[in-house]
Structures are given as structure tokens and as C-alpha cells.
Design a protein around this ligand. Structure first.
Ligand code: GAL
Length: 374
């Protein structure tokens, strides 16, 4: 017995430790601390007490993996290269009548920390099971611990029965007939105001499909989503507890048809990145800058500059992460989707560079945080 007690720890030291990573390799398989590929798609990162927490969609194999069968996966890291599996932060429900039933669509989860309530708040794009993408809702969940478990609170359309700060009188005149049909997308060339998508959804609440959250330096949080049949971005202030819409929101990029929103702030300016609307297929990214979260937003074009810029290097934006302790250091987080085998979707992380009043993304096969030590 004594011999075994001595031998076991000795043998353990001989086992190869999980190889420590010290670089990012965009598009390559990225194993977690157990050697399992990280499963956190459409994700976002929260920095809390010196630790980064990555939350994303846990995908499963095949086409069925495009629906949620597990929930939101959480990983933690201190260095951004090596990620520890923290398990499932929010589980889908086995109860088929639940709003987050196994088989619903649960995408782009984002978690923020509320200093006043000391709760972790998660928002995500939610489509009720079996309804395709016609629900266009958000789900809201909350937890006492960063890694969860998160308790689902409710689902809702965005800003129901609230008019944006830039509403026009004609939005309030109801339209009837064919134009009221709730279509997933507008026809080519159709302008949202010709259909009055805003007025259409005033009562039920505005569409919210691809979404992100942004917390400003003053603690105010915002929900930013692709709305009005994916033709307008809505930016909405949240209540103090981050669990609801405050009632103040703005329509931005009216008729520009963008999704996959990501927002960050540098030197007092707000930067926006989004994609075009081609489903899982990659397309050219768009970027913009504004002096305030409320706008006015000035478009800055496609931030990608190298070959494959027309596909955003085969990725779609999900988040832009400020790197702690480094000045002007931001990382672009994108998804390289694999709809035919959802679990095999990859992550494309690239450093954000600034050039001539805009931000740009260059392709890199491999890189590390020293690129920020200029
Ligand atoms: C993408 C969107 C993804 C997912 C997909 C479904 O455009 O960014 O989050 O919703 O469409 O086709």
C-alpha cells in the first residue's frame, strides 16, 4: 500500500501535461484543458476579477447541431490561449413546453456583470422550437456565480410598445394588407420604411435576431440587435438591473441589412462591426464609428484588408474583446460556421489594428499578444 501511495504521484508527474498554448491559430481546432475542442460558438467574453470567461453556443454533430440540444457552454482563462472547461452555464430544458426547450434555437449568448445587483446577466437570441427564425426574440437569464448555473427568466421581443428616439410620424400610421406579412427578410431592394417594419412590430415588440451586449464605462448597458427583418440595427439601453429595456433606443444603419453586431470603444469613440445577411455563408464585414452609442454612425467600410477580405477571412463577427492591461489592444472574435456539422465550427481570432481613423483586420496564420506591445 505504502509503495502504491508513493508510486501514484510519481507516475502522475510523468504523464504529459496538456500542452500549454502560447499563440492563437485562427481557424484551427482549439482544444480546452481536457483536450476537447472548445465548444462556444457565437460567443462573447466577460472579464471578471482577472479571469476571462468565454460563453458560447454548445453545438452538437450534424445539421441537428444548429439547434440547441445542450445550452450555453462556459470556459475560463487567464491568458486567453488556454481555456478551462467550466461546464454548461445555461441548460436547455427537457420539457418540450419550455421556452428554452431542447431543439429551440439559442444563439449568440452574451454575459455581463451588474455591479449593483451583483448578478451575472445573460442575454441571447432565442427562437422557440419548431418556428424557424420567425420568433426573433431574446432570452434573459441570471446567475449568482459567473460560471452559473444561470436561471432562465423570460423571453421577449425587443422594446415592445416603445418608439425609438428617431421615430418618424409616418411610423405611427398603421399599414394593413400584404405589407404586414411577417417575413424573415425583406425582398431585394425593399426599404424597411416602405413596409414600415417598425410600426409593424410596435405592439408585439421589435425583432431581435443576431445580438450583442455592450457595457459602457458609466455602467450603462446596451442591447444591440439586428431588427426589422434584419434590415435595421437597434441599439437599446437596458434598465439598471440589466434585466429589461429602459425604453430608450435608436434605429441605426436603416436599410443597410446587417447582422452579427459587435461594439467596442476606444479613445471615447464607439466602433461597430457587423456582417451582411447571408446565413451561415461568410460575406464582407462592415464597420462604423460614432461619437456616442446613439450615433450618428459613420460607415468605415470593410475592415478586412488581406486576401479573402470578401469573406471576412471565412468568418462572421461575434465579439470584440478589450485585452486587459494592454493599451488599445482589442481582439476580433469571429465564427467560421460549419452548418453541415455544426460542432466543427471554428474560431477566427485576430488582433484589431488602427489605421487612418478606422480599424482594420489583417489575416495571420498564428499570432500572440505581443503584437500589442508596440
Ligand atoms: C447567421 C447568423 C447566425 C445564425 C445563422 C442562421 O446569419 O449570424 O447567428 O442565425 O444566420 O442561418
Amino acid at each position: 500500500m505504502k509503495r502504491i501511495l508513493i508510486l501514484v504521484p510519481m507516475l502522475l508527474t510523468l504523464l504529459p501535461a496538456a500542452a500549454q498554448r502560447n499563440s492563437f491559430r485562427p481557424g484551427e481546432i482549439w482544444p480546452d484543458d481536457k483536450g476537447v475542442p472548445i465548444n462556444a460558438h457565437g460567443g462573447g467574453i466577460l472579464l471578471h476579477k482577472g479571469v476571462y470567461y468565454w460563453f458560447g453556443e454548445h453545438k452538437t454533430e450534424g445539421r441537428a447541431g444548429n439547434q440547441a440540444h445542450v445550452g450555453v457552454h462556459c470556459y475560463s482563462s487567464r491568458d486567453l490561449y488556454n481555456w478551462k472547461d467550466e461546464g454548461i452555464a445555461l441548460q436547455v430544458s427537457p420539457d418540450p413546453t419550455s421556452e428554452i426547450a431542447d431543439g429551440c434555437i439559442l444563439e449568440r449568448p452574451k454575459v455581463i456583470y451588474n455591479r449593483k445587483t451583483r448578478k451575472f446577466v445573460m442575454w441571447f437570441h432565442l427562437e422557440p422550437k419548431g418556428k424557424g427564425y420567425m420568433g426573433a426574440m431574446v432570452g434573459i437569464a441570471q446567475a449568482n456565480r459567473v460560471t452559473g448555473p444561470y436561471t432562465f427568466i423570460r423571453s421577449t421581443r425587443a422594446t415592445p410598445q416603445m418608439w425609438p428616439v428617431n421615430v418618424e410620424p409616418y411610423h405611427k400610421i398603421p399599414k394593413t394588407g400584404e405589407i404586414w406579412k411577417d417575413r424573415a427578410n425583406l425582398s431585394a431592394g425593399e426599404h424597411p420604411d416602405s413596409v414600415n417594419t417598425l410600426g409593424r412590430d410596435y405592439l408585439a415588440g421589435q425583432h431581435s435576431r443576431d445580438m450583442t451586449l455592450y457595457v459602457d464605462d458609466d455602467g450603462k448597458a446596451y442591447h444591440i440587435c439586428s431588427s426589422e427583418s434584419n434590415s435595421v440595427i437597434h441599439i437599446a439601453e437596458l434598465t439598471e438591473d440589466y434585466l429589461d429595456f429602459s425604453g430608450k433606443y435608436v434605429r441605426a444603419f436603416i436599410g443597410d441589412r446587417m447582422e452579427a453586431p459587435a461594439v467596442f470603444k476606444k479613445d471615447g469613440l464607439y466602433y461597430f462591426m457587423g456582417s451582411e445577411c447571408t446565413g451561415w455563408r461568410p460575406n464582407p464585414a462592415h464597420s462604423a464609428v460614432a461619437p456616442s452609442i446613439w450615433g450618428p454612425w459613420t460607415q468605415l467600410g470593410n475592415p478586412c484588408v488581406d486576401a479573402d477580405r470578401e469573406t471576412t477571412y471565412h468568418s462572421q463577427s461575434t465579439f470584440i474583446l478589450p485585452v486587459a492591461g494592454k493599451k488599445d489592444a482589442f481582439i476580433y472574435l469571429g465564427d467560421r460556421w460549419k452548418p453541415e456539422n455544426a460542432i466543427d465550427g471554428r474560431y477566427v481570432w485576430l488582433p484589431v489594428e488602427f489605421e487612418g481613423g478606422r480599424f482594420i483586420l489583417r489575416w495571420r496564420d498564428e499570432w500572440n499578444l505581443s503584437v500589442f506591445d508596440r
